[in-house]
Design a protein around this ligand. Sequence first.
Ligand code: TIU
Length: 220
Amino acid sequence: MPEIAARPYPYSFAPAGTALVVIDMQRDFIERGGFGEALGNDVSRLAAIVPTVRDLLAWARAHGIRVVHTREGHRPDLADCPPAKRQRGRPALRIGDAGPMGRILVDGQPGNDIVPDLAPCRGETVIVKPGKGAFYATALDEMLRSQRITHLLLAGVTTEVCVQTTMREANDRGYECLLVEDATESYFPEFKQATLAMVHAQGGIVGWTAPFAAVRASLP
Ligand code: TIU
């Protein structure tokens, strides 16, 4: 079985039972004028991981590892957006408001699209999720179980928000999870480092972490 030199110890996986889950690499978080900037963040840091995520996608596709993309997005009528989420932070532009890339964080709007360099290929699943975790109010768990997926490689943004929440949800559901260190990013570098540390602490309490080079070396 392939093995990734990971922290806190080597991670074994069977490609046929593994999915790569790329979380929320959408314009809303990575480009100016979207939800991320409306929350007061400097969004420029996040674009730096796009080339690594692109290479990770190419590696997974080349080895027959299933790919799942997620987007954080709400229905146009916002019926799936709790008022608490819309009001939080008192931003100038709220979820559903018209922004430079269309309505903020709404499914089908230009800002909700995955960035062009990471566009899903035909046959890849895209999960649109109303929460931070990709398992909440989605069919992700049923979809993975029906495909006999037991291992997840995780990437995307932001590390301590949607990525960590999804990884914890997956861990509690019994998936063996590895977060690809240089294929995830946060608006806050110290939060990214803290998240990586808390994932693999205590013998891998939430799972494993490894750089993409180590992932790639496991299946050349
Ligand atoms: N604000 C922030 O860091 N993240 C989010 O709101 N969503 C995701 O992480 N995708």
